[in-house]
Design a protein. Structure first.
Length: 366
């Protein structure tokens, strides 16, 4: 209808990012065995048992408004992540919601925002929903590191946000401290760097830079953290951003009272205390990653060494056909065309049982 079109914002249109498919969407598959969901970088060990207990204990409180603000969660974060203080933190219903708060807070129609494909495609949707313009400075093709000089050459007066995903999704690669230092030292203070480090728990590299390194130096940077990955709480939708107190207070202004629901709040607080679950998760990912590398090598499949809980690889056959063939053997993995990797697929690292099923399915295709 013409009238409605005139009141709709022209830049709010259907965008590419739909998230990965869920189990319920694959009911058309004729596979009768176990379905392994290895498509969304979730924690195969499930939610933290302490978080589950806390959810059950709080179900009978749901008739009441729970937490007017996020103070207790911020305290719990600071008890675990000891370099943070509550005034550094802004919590939200998922890492994506933190990203959304940031794009709402900083983008004006016409603002330019830099992303580096192949990467997490949700940034583009959020930029464009605020009327911003996405500028893609692709990763260096040889090793999927961030093209620092390309980004520096791409900034101008309209540049508002630079999204750095480190380690990167879907490639699992990381960009080292020396390179990020150089970028941060060269940027003007009025460009906001969104430093998405949601997979940081899985990184072993000693030269991996963290958002806190730059927050402490007074840089205009916001680190993105999520409870969906190492903490195993993707379904609860909880995340937080970290920055200097001025930026965090500014972002906190946008938030509404009671924004984080009671169950998310207690789940997050208890997942942070569950060191045992976190350590089990990290140990599993580390050893299974090595097992999977060997299998990829034996099968002659090109893959990229990963600093995350997933591995990016190139199937030798048409990508859609490949994904479909895997699905018909009960294996859900993620095609990466929409991330900007037309020939790439991404598999979440699972338990040995899940990984064996994945490799077995691969072997029947190769
Ligand atoms: C790089 C990156 N950033 C942010 C997120 C958002 O995580 P969530 O919204 O589940 O907290 C994801 C999820 O896959 C991701 O891969």
């Amino acid at each position: 209808m013409k009238v409605l079109e005139s009141i709709f914002k022209p830049y709010i249109i259907k965008k590419d990012y739909d998230g990965g498919i869920t189990r319920s969407e694959i009911s058309h598959s004729d596979w009768k065995g176990t379905v392994w969901k290895l498509s969304s970088n979730e924690n195969i060990l499930g939610p933290s048992p302490l978080a589950q207990r806390a959810i059950i204990d709080n179900i009978s409180n749901l008739h009441e408004y729970g937490f007017r603000d996020d103070h207790s969660l911020k305290e719990a974060i600071c008890n675990t992540v000891t370099y943070l203080r509550p005034e550094n933190i802004v919590t939200a219903n998922s890492g994506i919601e933190v990203l959304e708060l940031i794009t709402r807070a900083f983008i004006q129609p016409g603002s330019e925002c830099i992303i580096s494909s192949p990467t997490f495609i949700a940034y583009k949707n959020m930029i464009e929903n605020e009327g911003g313009i996405t500028i893609d400075i692709p990763l260096n093709q040889k090793d999927y590191t961030i093209d620092i000089e390309g980004i520096l050459a791409g900034i101008n007066d309209k540049t508002r946000i630079i999204f750095l995903t480190n380690p990167n999704n879907p490639t699992g690669t990381y960009t080292n401290k020396e390179s990020i230092d150089h970028l941060m030292d060269s940027l003007p203070d009025d460009i906001v760097v969104v430093y998405d480090e949601v997979y940081y728990h899985f990184v072993d590299a000693i030269d991996f830079p963290r958002a806190i390194d730059y927050i402490e130096k007074g840089k205009t940077i916001i680190g993105i953290h999520s409870f969906s990955k190492a903490y195993g709480l993707a379904g609860i939708r909880l995340g937080y951003g970290i920055s200097n107190p001025e930026i965090s207070a500014y972002l906190n202004n946008i938030k509404r009272p009671f924004m984080i629901n009671t169950l998310s709040m207690v789940a997050g607080i208890h997942a942070l205390k569950d060191v045992d679950h976190l350590n089990k998760t990290l140990t599993l990912i580390k050893s299974e990653k090595q097992w999977l590398y060997k299998k990829f090598q034996t099968l002659g499949i090109k893959y990229w060494p990963s600093h995350t809980n997933f591995i990016f690889f190139e199937p030798k056959i048409d990508l859609d056909l490949f994904i479909n063939k895997m699905l018909h053997q009960g294996i859900m993995i993620r095609p990466c065309q929409k991330f900007g990797a037309p020939n790439g697929a991404r598999v979440t690292i699972g338990t040995r049982e899940a990984n064996t099923a994945f490799i077995h399915a691969l072997e029947t295709i190769y």
